[in-house]
Design a protein around this ligand. Structure first.
Ligand code: NAD
Length: 488
């Protein structure tokens, strides 16, 4: 794969800028240094917010919704023109299989801009009529206005997909943005800045600052008084910190946070489909998707058979270089994250888990031994209150437990600090609807996983998030309504 440029720069007010402090980006595939990234200081973040404010109130304010939609379509075309470069950058940063970066990450980046271009063209305001006691007919209507400057903080697990999921609706609504991608995945965001420049997005409408969270670009940005709204995807703990920063100035927040998601497999399921589905939901992207199932509950009559089939499936997942044919699992994002995942592997043993498969590092006998790999891992035998059953591991691991009754499994699924998603595998649709209604999560899949119409609301309950994005829910978050009451 080709490498990202040796020095990744910020993009502020339509220009690429460097700052003296830099940090290294290591390849999770083989541990070598991929390049260096400039780290923003408070002064640069200040400049980025000021540029965003001036662009939002200046050039960008003259664009109609339809003209902004045209800009979004030009951005989508710009990504498509450089599709291979985006794929290479995403793969180099994350170690994920090339086919996945092509079909999921970068393809969704394009789709996000197209979806919100279409949506903003079609979205009108509200209109109501009423008659007063005096018999006068008055009417009210709403205007949708941008917040102004939106800060977007994104994680490393699906970098391009998740960043554009927020940039597209924010721009569609007429905001200017300052984005801070994860320090672990700076490359596609930098390419996106190049696309913005080439697409003629007015200077200052899209700004990019690189850096870390605490005492770095992330904190400088979220605490900045010039930011009107903050949208964040990442860990629940980070969300809580950002919420405190947002409380100063009572700024709006939208949070997409962690999960400890369940898959529930009923004995009447299509067995092969359920095994294939749980393999996907537990191990896609090396388990680094907020929606992954780390808790799998299987109805007792098929429990043993299911565990055996899942084990065979997990052991058949090819771990390898991103461009190898049939590769299914890449590396974890970094050595630091691997240490965290290995810590949970150790903790699970201490908590009494039976390791059905995995639980260790694969040995390749080549430079991948310097990479950040682990084997897909299945546990059984943990108590529901074990830490490994309650905390998000965010790696290729699931625990499989038997259950006997619907009420029982619903209570066990709901007994979580998180509430993001669940998947149900059954042929009995009545049961599926009844269980869906009782699960305390933001998203339920029935006989599928990950599939989602981008117009539906997306988000989680409790530690999994605050608010919903997707379709008009995104437009609601990225705009303010003004109501106008008229006595004609
Ligand atoms: P993280 O919280 O460590 O970092 C996310 C981003 O926040 C990074 O850009 C980081 O630099 C920044 N950040 C960290 N501390 C900050 C601070 N104090 N102030 C401002 N910014 C700060 O998360 P991560 O490890 O990058 O991502 C993995 C997490 O994201 C998992 O918990 C996963 O479940 C969650 N996630 C959730 C969704 C969802 O839609 N619900 C989607 C993807 C990932």
């Amino acid at each position: 794969m080709s490498n990202p440029p040796a020095l990744l720069r910020h993009y502020v007010n339509g220009e690429f800028v460097t700052t003296p402090r830099t940090f290294g980006k290591l390849s999770p595939i083989d541990g070598r240094l991929l390049g260096r990234v400039c780290e923003a200081d408070a002064e640069l973040v200040d400049r980025a917010v000021a540029a965003a404010r001036s662009a939002q109130e200046g050039a960008w304010a003259h664009y109609s919704a339809s003209q902004r939609a045209d800009v979004l379509l030009r951005i989508a075309e710009g990504i498509e023109r450089r599709f291979d470069a985006f794929v290479a950058a995403e793969v180099a940063d994350t170690g994920r299989p090339v086919h996945q970066a092509r079909t999921l990450d970068i393809a969704r980046g394009v789709q996000n801009f197209r979806t919100f271009a279409e949506l903003i063209r079609q979205t009108g305001g509200e209109y109501y009529e009423m008659r007063t006691a005096e018999g006068e007919d008055v009417f009210s209507y709403t205007l949708r206005k941008p917040h102004g400057v939106v800060a977007i903080i994104s994680p490393w697990n699906l970098p391009m997909l998740l960043l554009t999921w927020k940039v597209a609706p924010a721009l569609a609504c007429g905001n200017a943005v300052v984005v801070k991608p994860s320090e672990d995945t700076p490359s596609t965001a930098t390419l996106l800045a190049e696309v913005m420049q080439a697409a003629g997005v007015p200077a200052g409408v899209f700004n990019l600052v690189h850096g870390f969270g605490p005492n770095s670009a992330g904190e400088f940005l979220t605490r900045h008084p010039g930011v009107d709204a903050i949208t964040f995807t990442g860990e629940s703990r980070t969300g809580a910190t950002i919420m405190k920063a947002a409380a100063e100035g009572v700024r709006e927040v939208s949070f997409e946070l962690g999960g400890k998601n369940a898959a529930v497999v009923f004995a009447d399921c299509d067995f092969e489909a359920a095994v294939a589905g749980v393999l996907r939901s537990s191990f896609t992207n090396t388990g680094q998707v907020c929606l992954c199932s780390e808790r799998v509950y299987v109805e007792r009559p098929i429990f043993e058979r299911f565990v055996a089939a899942l084990k065979a499936g997990a052991e058949g997942l090819k771990i390898g270089y991103p461009d190898e044919p049939d590769v299914k699992m890449g590396s974890l994002i970094s050595h630091a994250h691997r240490d965290k995942v290995l810590g949970y592997f150790e903790l699970a043993r201490q908590e009494g888990a039976t390791v059905v498969t995995g639980g260790d590092i694969p040995h390749f006998g080549d430079d991948r031994d310097q990479g950040a790999y682990v084997r897909p891992t299945i546990w059984t035998g943990l108590a529901d209150d074990a830490r490994c059953m309650r905390e998000e591991v965010f790696g290729p691991v699931c625990h499989v437990a038997p259950f006997d009754r619907d009420d029982e499994v619903i209570a066990r699924v709901n007994d979580s600090d998180y509430g993001l998603a669940a998947a149900i595998w059954t042929r009995d649709l009545k049961r599926a609807h009844q269980v869906s209604r009782r699960l305390r999560v933001g998203m339920v899949w029935v006989n599928t996983w990950f599939l989602r119409d981008l117009r539906t609301p997306f988000g989680g309950a409790r530690l999994s998030g605050l608010g919903r994005e997707g379709g008009r829910h995104s437009l609601d978050f990225y705009s303010e309504a003004t109501t106008v009451c008229v006595n004609p």
